[in-house]
Design a protein around this ligand. Structure first.
Ligand SMILES: Nc1nc2c(ncn2[C@@H]2O[C@H](COP(=O)(O)OP(=O)(O)OP(=O)(O)O)[C@@H](O)[C@H]2O)c(=O)[nH]1
Ligand SMILES: [Mg+2]
Length: 375
């Protein structure tokens, strides 16, 4: 839920009436007209009912996770909010989710703004629903501090799926957290995984470092390009060619698609991770996402990649590497917090004075500092 005003709440499905708020109003008025009645008590009882139902109240994480596992959209949304807001309940949420995650296939989609990621995602959702799979979609914008704005268009495009109970769609933004989405996204994926999603699609905007990080959280990463956007060069610069498992040249109905495919082939021929012996060779596929053309072929390539991941043990290796990165990020954040506490303290000042006086070097001083905060 995004907000509430006078008995109405704004959520994923638009504005909704809040019956308990209206009950409170009506009963309160009714009680006021009866002098013998303790108005405050009536209001308190009604308010209590409303509060107990209010998702902003006390968080019972175990109940929330159970409800999410039952596929209840509100519980899923609430859990993702707790993760995104780095709520104090985050640790409890992570612990409660752990036994129920690891089943979903995670597919990342990345590429420059406007290349057609959301259109492709929407076409994927339709194709996956035809296979009767439950689908989660996370639209992630690492460069934006807002969950709305640029992503509003995505919601509009995703409207086709808004009433489908087996499709969960959520947009996330960094909200200014340090390394925010890098750790919030895997947790949000776990929420969707625990909610029984067979496939989680993670759409990230742009081709910068943050996108590469988010993309590397997927089992299979799709890099989208479009003709005439100079994407190939940009992608090569950002190192995105390295993370791609499948290349999709979208907007193949436009002039220049063949040139984009040729450019890509050339760049891949120059070497890199994909040219090693036994490595996965990323296919280059053409799509017209707006007409759902080529989508089945892309899904077939994703299936083939999934099969390769399992056969070669790469899936396990990737998931472990991801867990390593996640643990490391959390540990570093904790360490940074503690050093922050030390910052300006007498211990740090004393070390600084010794470095300035030439009595020690900054490396030894840093070792001492780390030893102080970790013991
Ligand atoms: N001609 C043509 N237009 C397309 C195709 N796929 C998407 N579009 C259009 O391209 C525009 C951008 O599509 P989106 O799906 O929003 O692109 P996006 O990559 O999600 O954009 P951001 O989320 O802003 O980065 C929309 O107007 C689509 O209708 C295609 O295959 N051919
Ligand atoms: Mg989009």
């Amino acid at each position: 839920m995004w907000g509430r005003v006078l008995g109405w709440s704004l959520g994923r499905q638009g504005w909704r009436c809040e019956p308990w708020w209206w009950c409170g109003r009506v009963l309160g008025r009714w009680a006021q007209r009866r002098p013998g009645l303790p108005v405050a008590a009536v209001t308190a009882v009604v308010a209590g009912g409303a509060e107990r139902r209010s998702p902003r109240r006390e968080v019972d994480v175990a109940v929330l996770v159970e409800r999410a596992r039952g596929g209840e959209p509100r519980a899923v949304a609430r859990l993702i909010s707790l993760v995104e807001d780095a709520s104090p309940a985050l640790r409890e949420v992570a612990a409660a989710l752990a036994p129920h995650a690891g089943r979903a296939r995670v597919i990342g989609l990345t590429g420059s703004p406007g290349v057609g990621k959301s259109t492709t995602t929407s076409a994927f959702v339709r194709a996956l629903r035809e296979r009767d799979l439950r689908v989660g979609v996370l639209a992630v914008d690492p460069s934006s501090p807002f969950s709305g704005g640029a992503l509003l268009g995505d919601r509009v495009r995703m409207q086709d799926h808004a009433t489908d109970r087996d499709v969960f769609i959520r947009s996330m933004a960094s909200r200014g957290h340090l390394g925010g989405l890098a750790w919030a996204t895997p947790q949000a994926v776990r929420v969707l995984d625990a909610a029984g999603c067979d496939v989680v699609l993670v759409e990230t905007v742009g081709v910068g470092q943050a996108e590469v990080e988010v993309a590397s959280m997927a089992d299979t990463t799709l890099v989208l390009l479009a003709p005439g956007m100079g994407d190939g060069i940009q992608a090569a610069k950002a190192g995105i060619l390295e993370v791609a498992d499948v290349f999709v040249v979208n907007k193949a109905d436009r002039e220049g698609a063949e040139q984009t495919v040729r450019d890509l082939r050339y760049m891949l021929s120059l070497g890199g991770r994909h040219s090693a012996a036994g490595a996965w060779r990323p296919p280059i596929l053409r799509t017209v996402a707006s007409r759902a053309e080529g989508i089945d072929e892309v899904l077939a390539a994703v299936d083939e990649h999934a099969e390769w991941l399992t056969r070669t043990g790469e899936l396990d290796r990737r998931r472990r590497a991801r867990a390593c990165a996640e643990i490391e990020a959390i540990a570093l954040a904790a360490l940074r917090d503690r050093i922050g506490d030390v910052h300006g303290s007498a211990a740090l000042d004393a070390q600084a004075a010794r470095v300035v006086a030439g009595e020690t070097d900054p490396y030894t001083a840093a070792d001492d500092l780390v030893a102080t905060v970790t013991t």
